[in-house]
Ligand binder design. Structure first.
Ligand code: THU
Length: 137
């Protein structure tokens, strides 16, 4: 898969971010093994804790549509007014949600600053020794 295209979708999804409290806007684009893309943005809440990250929005949209197998996710984020984006690593809760559905040694996490500038990590690199479904078998 062309990661520039996945990042482009994440950048587009970021435009929908609802962030009246932090002003920090995140977009994600999740690629399924069958080649479909589900996007997500962060959605904040006046009570703060119900806030949903962009990555989890994408995962929950996909899983609620019956998807269970994922290849990669592109993530972009930064302050609303930022001229240039820095790399935006996923929070611990989102890494744990990835752990539920993705193979840690294979799932690719693409952190993008732009379509041209990105870094690729596996889930295993960002969540070493993660607790997942295998532990409960
Ligand atoms: N946020 C995400 O959407 N994804 C992450 O992985 C990190 C944090 C959001 C949550 C909140 O709306 C804002 O960024 C600031 O924490």
């Amino acid at each position: 898969m062309d990661y520039a295209r996945l990042i482009e979708q994440a950048l587009n999804a970021r435009k929908q971010a609802y962030t009246p409290y932090s002003g920090f806007q995140v977009g994600a684009a999740l690629l399924t093994k069958s080649g479909k893309i589900y996007t997500g943005c962060n959605i904040e809440n006046a009570a703060y804790t119900p806030t949903n990250c962009a990555e989890r929005t994408a995962f929950f949209k996909a899983v609620s549509e019956g998807e269970r197998e994922f290849e990669a996710i592109a993530i972009v984020g930064g302050a609303k007014e930022a001229e240039y984006l820095d790399f935006c690593p996923p929070c611990g809760v989102c890494r744990q949600v990835m752990m539920e559905f993705c193979k840690p040694s294979e799932f690719q996490i693409i952190l993008g600053r732009s379509k041209e500038e990105y870094k690729i990590y596996t889930l295993e690199e960002l969540l070493p020794l993660g607790f997942g479904p295998a532990q409960l078998q």
